[in-house]
Design a protein around this ligand. Sequence first.
Ligand code: P3B
Ligand code: PLP
Length: 426
Amino acid sequence: MTTIDGPRTGLSNQAAYADLHGFVAGGVSSNMRARGIIEPIVVDSASGCRVRDIEGNELIDVNMGYGPHLFGYADPDVTAQIAAQFGRGHMTGLPHRIDREAAGLVAELVPGVERLRFANSGTEALMSAVRLARAVTGRTLVLTFEGHYHGWSETLLRSRGGDGRRPAPGAAGMIPEAMEHTLQVPWNDAAAVEKVFADHGAELAAVMCEPVLANDGVVVPDAGFLELLRRLTGEHGALLVFDEVITGFRVARGGGQELYGVVPDLTVVSKAMGGGFPVAAFGGSREVMEPLARYEAFHAGVYSGNHAALRAVAATLAKIRAAGALYTELDGIGAHAEARVREAVDGAGRTARIGRVGSMMSVALTDPATGEVDEAGHRLLQTACQRRGVYFHPVPAEPWFLSTAHTRQDIDTVAETISEALAETA
Ligand SMILES: CC1=C(O)/C(=C\N=C2/C=C(C(=O)O)C[C@@H](O)[C@@H]2O)C(COP(=O)(O)O)=CN1
Ligand SMILES: Cc1ncc(COP(=O)(O)O)c(C=O)c1O
């Protein structure tokens, strides 16, 4: 029986990460996550709000795996149930008794979901949601917003900006025509949205957004903006799609649509839904999902809705549903973090842009003269903090994701570390 925690190799983080590059192209299986590694760190284990690297260092983590862990790493309630499912068979490819419980919980907690399909990742779910919107409306055009990330599929991986608001493909190897059916406008730009509908209203299959932008720092919708999207899509026969991969079960029990009281036609959820297990879902009203119920629209995936994933969903959502004061608690932790980080930055005579909704918070050092994000200064701060036992993402666009595992003392330690690091990097 091989143990999962064999003896440490004795390699340094640097040496182990260099070795890893010999086998995993880029050292990590995501370009997005490769940006998160300036000073190499190779994890040995994680629990609560801490990761331990292979050198034996323990760090307080506020990136927390990019958002799935409302209750911290290795939550015993969820992990015990997933482990038990593996012991009972976790992938038969057949309908399972856990399917009803998991789907029922999503439908109960998310206002806009009556019926859904499960998938393995947010990218898959969003790709499928857009395909369904095109099938339902018979149209192809999709309106997106700058900075909003909807995964890396062929028609959704966009660059910023774009002539005439048509973005360029976001990666090498994408077909040049990949964005032919995609428009993009700045977030919170009501005039630009109105113009798109004036010019293309009859062609639009969908308008897609993160109800709270979380991939370009945390930027909330302007008052009335989501309502504008809801009104215009309704008037023009387009579907409103909320990408709640991050905000779902994070900013409120029912996600951004509950927090802001705007219900989309299609919702995509992932991350917090599975408590860190890879799983996603897209869903909407019975009517919108009917083409899939009749197999007239297409979605597949041999692992979609596998029993381990749905056990993770059922365990996580049952815990969320039962925790009456969860979002008050998470907001309290976030407010404490915001206050202490502001104190640390002010105390160092520096400036920062902080955006926060509940336990999701972006912190970006800024140039006091221009107010623009100081990317280089932020990276220096991040490295200095990581050396002192605190990990946050070196790219300021990536939010902090706090959890019930973060105590006030942990947050105070993070803020004190930032103070020390700012003094060092002044
Ligand atoms: C709002 C939103 C997301 O934030 C999102 C994924 N987010 C991230 C993906 C990362 C990665 O590919 O390693 C890490 C983070 O940059 C980011 O949170 C996705 C794609 O989900 P997935 O990565 O599961 O295919 C869709 N919508
Ligand atoms: C040969 C082959 N390629 C691709 C896929 C798609 O993989 P997934 O279902 O994980 O998306 C499958 C799934 O059965 C397959 O058999």
